[in-house]
Design a protein around this ligand. Structure first.
Ligand code: SF4
Length: 502
């Protein structure tokens, strides 16, 4: 076991795998305890500080033999003798190194890691790749378990999700694009929030109008640019923050801008992530309905009044029910409900109480996040202790899976973040046929996504090489507003990217 006062040392011969090994070791020891030393002359016999992990790649040896040593335990990792020359062999070597590090770290500090050596955001993407290469599900599942040390239930989960997503991904057509419009403004800042969103002082806060003005400038430019190139809008997602912080008039202005450029009957899906129930009114929902929004998200995160206060969400349980009822009365096709597992002060009892409370609502979509305590959240910086053990988090997540199944909801998309409770996952459930298309498209990266707004990230998809190029917008809201006033939509940047694409 690690001594809290000790530093954990990692010794590497070069920067290859620096990031991956660091991210993997972090799952076993706290970040502040890590120190990485890169020196070409380090080998498996070098005297190093303890606890210390030495990665000896056997670079000059030519035999394909490499070594990993953690304190006094050394293991040999064998590769193809030409692993350093061939990209595919190098990828295999990488997987073997990471599995070796994982096994040594498990001996050093046994830790339950349902996702094994995977530290990335998109495990379903890996399942898609394996299905394509291996064809048989049994092989996919055993590879996920053996090569990546993923728990069997998770391996089955991502394989099932990949199959469910396949027809949706195959239905993507050329020149289709999805559009994300971000409104990073909220009525208050939740204590666990690590997003760029800024709290406003009320609906009359001048920042809201200033932001909307800038946003519309970028949006108009983007829509004209898309129209000129005859790209068409496949799905549209208006997210936050809290987009329903806008007044009904402001929402109308936004939707009118969109419908002037596009008949809003044409996208397959239009999602409005209303978010905080206290910002939702009948008037606003009527405007959304008028402009053909067919997927709405209402996010209580928990239905425990004490927790809502504790995390500074500033809405009541009743306000959630009222918002839900309004959405039902207006007949939105799909309404999503977001929950978070592991909020401070919540255990299995509170979770079960929340699940029992939402049961009669029979939501068509349920999205569940395992709390991720990032450094920029107040909850983390205030060092409020998050008390749930990994086992408790896992039990709670299992409760969710059982609840969703009983409600006829099937997992349809999944992603991971750093610092997640119980090293778990975020997962979206859906009634069959009502899957949130944008969520799948954004996560699996098979279509160009244009991101509009402060902090929005566009992803340009290159089908020929099956790769994505990211184009992030500036995160600071005030700088974004200034930039839009001066330059508007980044037409030159998109033209450059587009010419490289075609
Ligand atoms: S509603 Fe979401 S974006 Fe807004 S402060 Fe809370 S966690 Fe952050």
């Amino acid at each position: 076991m690690t001594d809290k006062n000790k530093t954990f040392h990692i010794y590497l011969q070069d920067e290859w795998l620096d990031y991956e090994i660091r991210e993997l070791v972090r799952l076993f020891v706290d970040l502040d305890e890590l120190k990485v030393t890169i020196a070409a002359d380090i080998d498996k016999n070098s005297p190093v500080a303890k606890p210390g992990l030495v990665c000896d790649y056997g670079v000059d040896d030519g035999s394909g033999r490499s070594w990993l040593r953690l304190n006094d335990e050394t293991i040999e990792v064998t590769h193809h003798s030409k692993w350093q020359q061939h990209p595919e062999y190098k990828k295999q070597a990488k997987r073997k190194f990471l599995k070796g590090v994982y096994l040594l770290m498990q001996d050093f500090k046994p830790t339950k890691l349902p996702w094994g050596t995977l530290t990335g955001v998109r495990p379903v993407k890996l399942a898609h790749q394996l299905i394509q290469h291996l064809k048989a599900d049994d092989l996919v599942i055993s590879t996920l378990q053996d090569t990546y040390a993923i728990a069997e239930d998770k391996a089955r989960l991502v394989t099932g999700i990949a199959h469910l997503q396949n027809p949706i991904l195959e239905s993507i057509t050329e020149n289709s694009v999805s559009l994300y419009i971000g409104i990073p403004l909220c009525p208050s800042r939740c204590s666990y929030c690590s997003f760029i969103s800024q709290a406003v002082s009320g609906k009359d806060d001048p920042l809201i109008a200033a932001y909307l003005e800038a946003l519309l400038m970028e949006l108009k430019g983007a829509l004209a640019w898309l129209n000129e190139r005859q790209w068409y809008l496949d799905t549209l997602y208006i997210g936050g923050g809290t987009p329903s912080i806008l007044t009904a008039t402001q929402i109308r202005e936004l939707m009118e801008t969109l419908s002037n450029a596009w008949p809003l009957s044409s996208p397959r899906e239009i999602t409005f992530e209303a978010g905080r129930p206290d910002t939702i009114t009948e008037e606003k929902l009527k405007v959304l309905k008028e402009y053909q929004v067919n997927r709405l998200s209402i996010n209580p995160q928990t239905l425990q009044p004490d927790t809502l206060k504790r995390v500074n969400r500033c809405h009541t349980v009743d306000e959630f029910y009222e918002a839900w009822q309004l959405a039902e009365n207006l007949g939105f096709q799909t309404v999503n409900l977001d929950l978070i597992v592991g909020l401070p002060g919540e255990g299995e009892d509170q979770l079960m109480s929340t699940l029992n409370a939402i049961k009669p609502l029979t939501p068509a979509n349920l999205t569940v996040h395992a709390l991720a305590l990032k450094r920029s959240s107040t909850l983390k910086t205030d060092a409020v202790k998050h008390q749930l053990s990994d086992n408790e988090s896992e039990n709670m997540m299992n409760r969710i899976y059982s609840f969703a199944k009983a409600q006829g909801l099937i997992p349809y998309y999944l992603y991971r973040q750093k610092e997640m409770a119980g090293h778990l996952e975020n997962v979206g459930f859906s009634k069959p046929g009502q899957e949130g298309l944008y969520n799948i498209l954004m996560m699996e990266e098979k279509q160009t996504i244009m991101g509009i707004g402060a902090g929005a990230v566009s992803k340009l998809y290159y089908p020929e090489t099956n790769r994505i190029e990211r184009k992030p917008n500036v995160k600071n809201i005030h700088v974004y507003i200034e930039r839009m006033k001066l330059h508007g939509f980044d037409e030159a940047g998109w033209n450059k990217a587009f010419s490289q694409k075609s």
